[in-house]
Design a protein around this ligand. Structure first.
Ligand code: COA
Length: 327
């Protein structure tokens, strides 16, 4: 059993931060950011909460699908930047969309979240959970990025994208994985302590020396992981499906750094023009990055019905995963 993406939607904050805008608070320049990452600007949530962006994207997907929100049996919200420890963002999206018959939970697989959610949705559809599932990836990384850390803050953007999915006999093959040995390479604390308090811990968890409440990454370790994870995500999803890289019309990778995508394209033997790239204007929006790219490619008429797509992601955890799907 596969799944059909009935419709997608998105919400992108109006406020944009261009590369040169960072010069106001860190020592950087447009040329460094563009050549090392491929990013030129990124949307920044101003007042918009994570749930708000997610609800807007979800409402658009529901409208485009032309469905009654009461027919949604499950809402899966993917986020690492929930507004609340509880309730879940998915519960607030339920309130805002009127999907009153749905179960709702959040999923945190960092930037691989949308792929994890597709994999999860397929399993729920198979065992039975109503007609449609709403998947919504919504992220406001700007809330906990350290704007004094020039190697990290320039990478991230904010936004949300959603998809309505249903059961189908179309092609679908997915693979999800994680390597927790690298958990401390990309992290942000949620401990409820004041930033000036140093966390002392008897537990050697690998996080005790990391800054509080801010996103920390070891860029080089994450980079090394990422260039291996993207091809593995595709190969894992393709295994047993009879699909090879040549069969894929569009690769839609996690949008972290264009150099990571270029390396994946070489490893997979797939030309760069088969990769959908949106990081130049969105930056890295964590789990929203793949569905934002998918939604934009559909809106621009690049991705068409019947085409085969490979959605491949990686992120904190360190998670990775792929989904091969016929649109
Ligand atoms: N502007 C100007 N100079 C900068 C800079 C910035 N924004 N950020 C770092 N630099 C400097 C460094 O201080 C360093 O200077 P030095 O040589 O004098 O010490 C130099 O540029 C090179 O830094 P380095 O860290 O080696 O750059 P890099 O080519 O490895 O690129 C990243 C850094 C973060 C862009 C890259 O490692 C990366 O993309 N990693 C993966 C991150 C990622 O994808 N995270 C999300 C995963 S979901």
């Amino acid at each position: 059993m596969g799944i059909n993406i009935v419709a997608t939607g998105s919400y992108i904050p109006e406020q944009k931060l261009k590369n040169d805008d960072f010069r106001r608070f860190i020592d950087t320049n447009d040329e460094w950011i563009r050549t090392r990452t491929g990013i030129t600007e990124r949307p920044m949530a101003g007042w918009e909460p994570t749930w708000y962006m997610g609800a807007k994207a979800s409402q658009q997907a529901i409208e485009r699908a032309g469905i009654d929100p009461k027919d949604i049996g499950l809402i899966i919200a993917s986020t690492v930047t929930s507004d609340f420890l509880t309730p879940s963002v998915s519960a607030v999206i339920q309130r805002e969309t009127g999907a009153v018959n749905a179960a709702a939970f959040d999923l945190n697989a960092a930037c691989s979240g949308f792929v994890y959610a597709l994999d999860t949705a397929r399993r729920f559809l198979e065992t039975g959970c109503g007609k449609y599932i709403l998947i919504c990836a919504t992220e406001a990384l700007s809330r906990f990025v350290d704007f004094e850390d020039r190697t990290t803050c320039i990478l991230f953007g904010d936004g949300a994208a959603a998809a309505i999915v249903e059961k189908s006999d179309k092609l679908f093959s997915s693979y999800i994985a994680s390597d927790g040995r690298g958990a401390h390479y990309l992290c942000a604390r949620s401990l409820n302590v004041a930033p000036e308090v140093k966390v002392e811990s008897d537990f050697n968890d690998g996080f005790t020396d990391k800054p509080l409440h801010k996103l920390y990454q070891d860029g080089k370790e994450v980079y090394k992981f990422a260039v291996g994870a993207l091809p593995k995500a595709f190969e894992g999803a393709a295994a047993g499906s009879g699909i090879t890289a040549e069969d894929i019309d569009w690769f839609i990778p996690h949008q972290a750094n264009v150099r990571i995508i270029e390396t994946a394209s070489k490893k997979l033997g797939v030309p760069m023009d088969k990769f959908i790239i949106t990081l130049d204007h969105f930056g890295n929006t964590s789990s929203a990055s793949i569905p934002l790219a998918l939604n934009e490619a559909i809106e621009k008429g690049k991705v068409k019905r019947g085409q085969k797509l490979a959605l491949i992601g990686f992120g904190a955890g360190l998670t990775y995963g792929g989904a091969i799907i016929e649109y």
